[in-house]
Design a protein around this ligand. Structure first.
Ligand code: CO
Length: 501
């Protein structure tokens, strides 16, 4: 095979890969948004066949040759092919450096572990899940050895979800949070200020909640002709390509805010995907670049924008119009404070903006120590509870509300959690940079969300995966990850809300 043929063959293989992924994703969407329960078994079989095919294409001889030849001729590649090569090379390394039989055994373990985890969580008994988690970490440590690493072995796993990320940067980041946010949470707890939240649990008609979510998507600029909005148990966004981006939310009668902020969060993910440069459509890089950057967009919308006083001021009249009898005794100030209540809790997915990253810190420290064999899986419940108490001042009295709460580890997702905290920090840095170019608060006050979306598109969205996370961050903000910016944002906001100054 020569270079020219390799380039063509590479393109053919990628077209096949994308088609397989397209089919899998559509089936997943279907099953999460209303496909019949009785069809689950046949759907799972179909997905199994498709993922086997993905593995075959990814590791076939032609792919190996193409990657090698293109890599040797990097300087001859156009920008899109170059970025694609880097992306596929990473995915290939994750799969192909691990012996095939071990990879298969590990996949089987993961699917078993998922079922055991569900059962263990239901019974709130960590000892049921313990042997499986033990094996998952054992495999991951072995895979890290096969794949090779620089510095800390945990770096390999961090890099899977956030290319370029490592323990040195994250240690520094979480040390700053521990030093500044933990005391701030304590001060808030001791402030004695009571925030009114009774109204959020009144009975809100679900159809009207949906209507309000559609209104939110509309004003924020979601393109309904290049996307779809449905309901599912957990909100998520699924991107097939920039012309077909789907998102869901979840509505509960007496939990008003979770539907609203679930929708705004997913809208942030969806806008990122919809606003990728159309020149990239039909390539493998027409998608968000990393978990951290993706989460920065969802959290910028959910928290920095969605929980801003001016944004609340803009949407509240519409909300009141829909729920006149439920909200007539609630002022805008009460609504704003209600959506920003700080309440250290046991469950990560229910955490407020301020304490959320502390939940991630607990997981980061545990994963890092487990991969480095500094602690043992059997001691996790005790370690978990101790850390929760230290950072959040609350500690679970059962495993279901503690170490068993997240699905991630049972699925082998190790190194994934930090991207949530990174998303929070990046979001504050991006909005800080945005404020130098546009009048952010005015835009929110006037409902000029196009100005915000256009800025994000120009600086971040349009690049898809052609620019690495740290390059985006540096080009937009002039620096890398900066915990100070995130901490300042949080301090400024919450000291005001809780009258701490
Ligand atoms: Co998200």
């Amino acid at each position: 095979m020569d270079f020219k043929i390799a380039k063509e063959r590479f393109e053919e293989l990628l077209i096949k890969l994308r088609a397989l992924e397209y089919a899998s994703a559509t089936i997943y969407w279907d099953s999460a948004t209303g496909a019949p329960k009785k069809g689950a078994g046949e759907r799972a079989k179909t997905l199994g066949v498709l993922s086997g095919e993905v593995h075959n294409v990814m590791t076939c001889d032609d792919m190996v040759q193409c990657l090698k030849l293109l890599d040797e001729n990097k300087d001859k590649l156009d920008k899109i092919t170059y970025a694609t090569l880097n992306k596929i090379k990473r995915e290939y390394d994750q799969m192909a450096k691990i012996p095939k039989d071990e990879f298969a055994q590990y996949s089987e373990l993961r699917s078993l572990a998922g079922q055991v985890w569900e059962d263990a969580k239901e019974k709130s008994d960590f000892t049921l899940f313990e042997p499986y988690l033990e094996k998952i970490f054992k495999y991951q440590r072995k895979f890290v050895e096969y794949r090779g690493y620089d510095g800390n072995p945990y770096n390999v796993l961090l890099d899977d979800y956030e290319p370029g990320m490592n323990v040195d940067i994250l240690d520094d980041f979480f040390n700053s949070l521990r030093e500044k946010i933990v005391p701030l949470v304590k001060r808030i707890k001791e402030s004695g200020k009571k925030i009114r939240t009774d109204f959020t649990n009144r009975s809100f008609n679900v159809e009207k909640q949906k209507e309000f979510s559609k209104y939110l998507l509309d004003i924020l600029g979601f393109d309904f002709e290049a996307g779809m909005f449905k309901e599912s148990v957990h909100p998520f966004t699924l991107n097939l390509n920039p012309y077909d981006v789907r998102l869901t939310s979840h509505f509960t009668k007496n939990i008003l805010l979770s539907g609203i902020y679930g929708t705004i969060h997913e809208c942030g993910h969806a806008l990122y995907e919809q606003d990728i440069d159309k020149d990239l459509v039909g390539s493998s890089v027409a998608t968000g670049v990393s978990m951290g950057i993706h989460e920065s967009q969802s959290r910028a919308y959910e928290n920095v924008i969605g929980r801003n006083i001016n944004f609340c001021g803009f949407i509240y009249p519409k909300l009141k119009e829909l729920f006149t009898d439920k909200l007539q005794d609630v002022t805008l100030k009460e609504f704003y404070e209600g959506v920003n209540e700080v309440k250290p809790s046991l469950i990560r997915i229910e955490a407020d903006e301020l304490t959320y990253s502390l939940h991630i810190m607990v997981r980061y420290e545990i994963e890092k120590k487990l991969i480095n064999k500094e602690i043992e899986v059997k001691d996790l419940p005790e370690i978990w509870n101790k850390k929760m108490n230290e950072y959040l001042g609350v500690s679970p009295d059962n495993d279901a509300d503690g170490v068993l709460q997240d699905v991630h580890w049972s699925d082998g997702l190790i190194g994934y959690f930090p991207s949530y905290a990174l998303g929070n920090a990046y979001a504050s840095q991006f909005v800080n940079a945005m404020k130098k170019d546009i009048n952010f608060n005015n835009a929110l006050k006037e409902g000029n969300f196009k100005a915000i979306k256009d800025w994000l598109t120009e600086k971040i969205h349009k690049y898809g995966s052609t620019k690495m996370p740290n390059d985006i961050l540096k080009d937009v903000t002039g620096e890398g990850l900066n915990p100070k910016c995130f901490i300042e944002y949080l301090k400024d906001k919450y000291e005001k809300i809780y009258n701490l100054k």
